[in-house]
Design a protein around this ligand. Structure first.
Ligand code: GLU
Length: 427
């Protein structure tokens, strides 16, 4: 019999450019660390992915069907964990790539979770509160078989917040017939949320920044910081760094940036944003574009807004000495390589922004125990976990010569690989 050479290469519907980027990153570190090829193969694809249609009655009386997703990348270490985002760029590939990042992030932080991500493709800024609520509730009921405190615990991500989590928790609870606060994290404190969760991602970014500045010898009496984004992550990071004596010279929101070489008055800027709903028009700085902001000379650049902000097009113009990734995936792989060759240190997203999921873990634990901690206790435990992870990543990076991103992946994937090896392949 003539052997037929198979032309079949395994592919999945999630293999968009975004997903392939995450997969290539895994392939690179797998080669580097000599990962068992069977474990490598098992980690290259999401475990399961659900696509749902989310019909919503709009305020004008018509019905529109949005598309929603929930992806579990891996659940070896515990229930799937990860945010839900509302954005026009949400698609199967994007959430699958981000779910993979969540697996590495949780493993790196030593949290008993697997990785997930979900979202709805929509323009949330064009939806009323009522439309957002109906969309969130219908999406929850469509993915209800996937989620649960032991199965998959969603949290906020881009353009979702405490209110979104409250709607998800309520919809889930009504469907199962009793209140289940631990089905989501990032809830309001009054319905079982944790003190400190709202600020946790920014707090973790600020903590990593201070740690990296001292570790990598960024010697400046008052390091100059640029923060892209002034939302939940960027504003908290900017405030905390300002309080620790850093000079925050520029920040931005969706409409553009504000710059002041002598340092912005962050408390006054926050009060202005709270009153006006925007940064533009603030008298204590001059307005600059988002691309000018990224290219400013500074000690630390913190991209804390969207993905793919530092890329092949602008990377040669970046003048920061240290980059701390507040957002998920703000640096493209080509840019990352270029920065490494230039000696610009990048503290990767899976470490820098892991404060959010770490306090999510605290919220989940408190909910399951029905025993709640003070804000001081939460922040203290967060610093312990972040400190340990930073030390492990920076130590490995300095010892092995791997850039911090690769060191972080190596630690996370190494931990997960050990667990998968022990559990074995079923059947
Ligand atoms: N969406 C956040 C992240 O990307 C938080 C996830 C969580 O708390 O589960 O890490």
């Amino acid at each position: 019999m003539v052997a037929v050479k198979s032309a079949y290469t395994p592919t999945m519907e999630c293999e968009t450019e975004h997903f392939l980027m995450a997969q290539r990153q895994l392939d690179e570190i797998a080669r580097e660390m000599g990962l068992d090829p069977e474990l490598h193969e098992r980690l290259r694809y999401p475990k399961r992915a659900l696509i749902v249609s989310v019909p919503v009655r709009l305020d004008n009386g018509s019905v529109h069907s949005f598309t929603g997703y929930r992806v579990h990348h891996d659940v070896t270490l515990g229930p799937a964990k990860g945010g839900i985002r509302f954005h026009p760029e949400v698609n199967l590939g994007e959430v699958s790539g981000l779910a993979m990042l969540m697996t590495w992030k949780c493993a790196l932080m030593n949290l008993p979770y697997g990785g997930a991500k979900g979202g709805i493709r929509c323009e949330p800024w064009n939806l009323s509160t009522g439309e957002l609520e109906r969309m969130t509730r219908r999406y929850t009921s469509e993915i209800i078989n996937l989620i649960g405190p032991d199965k998959d615990i969603p949290a906020p991500d881009m353009y979702t917040n405490e209110q979104t989590m409250a709607w998800i928790m309520d919809t889930y609870s009504i469907n199962v017939g009793h209140t289940v606060p631990s089905v989501v994290t990032g809830k309001p404190v009054s319905i079982g949320g944790s003190y400190g969760r709202h600020e946790a991602t920014g707090r973790g970014v600020a903590y990593c920044t201070r740690r990296a500045v001292s570790r990598f010898g960024i010697s400046a009496s008052q390091p100059a910081v640029v923060v892209q984004g002034f939302g939940n992550v960027g504003a908290v990071t900017a405030s905390l760094l300002h309080d620790s004596g850093y000079k925050v010279i520029a920040v931005s929101d969706v409409n553009g940036g504000l710059y002041n070489a002598d340092g912005l008055d962050i408390p006054r800027l926050k009060a202005y944003q709270c009153e006006m709903g925007k940064l533009m028009g603030f008298s204590g700085g001059k307005s600059i574009s988002n691309s000018e902001l990224l290219e400013l000379p500074c000690d630390v650049l913190i991209p804390a807004a969207l993905g793919n902000q530092i890329n092949a097009k602008n990377v040669s113009k970046i003048k920061a000495r240290l980059i701390v990734e507040g957002a998920n995936g703000p640096t493209s792989p080509e840019a990352d390589q270029y920065l490494h060759e230039k000696g610009i240190i990048v503290v990767p997203d899976i470490l820098a922004n892991a404060g959010g999921v770490t306090v999510s873990y605290f919220e989940w634990v408190q909910g399951l125990m029905h025993l709640f901690w003070s804000e001081g206790e939460v922040n203290e435990r967060l610093e312990q976990i972040m400190g340990k992870a930073c030390d492990q990543v920076f130590d490995m990076s300095q010892k092995s010569g791997l850039r911090p991103r690769m060191a972080a992946l190596r630690i996370g994937i190494g931990r997960l690989a050990e667990a998968k090896r022990l559990r074995g392949l079923y059947p």
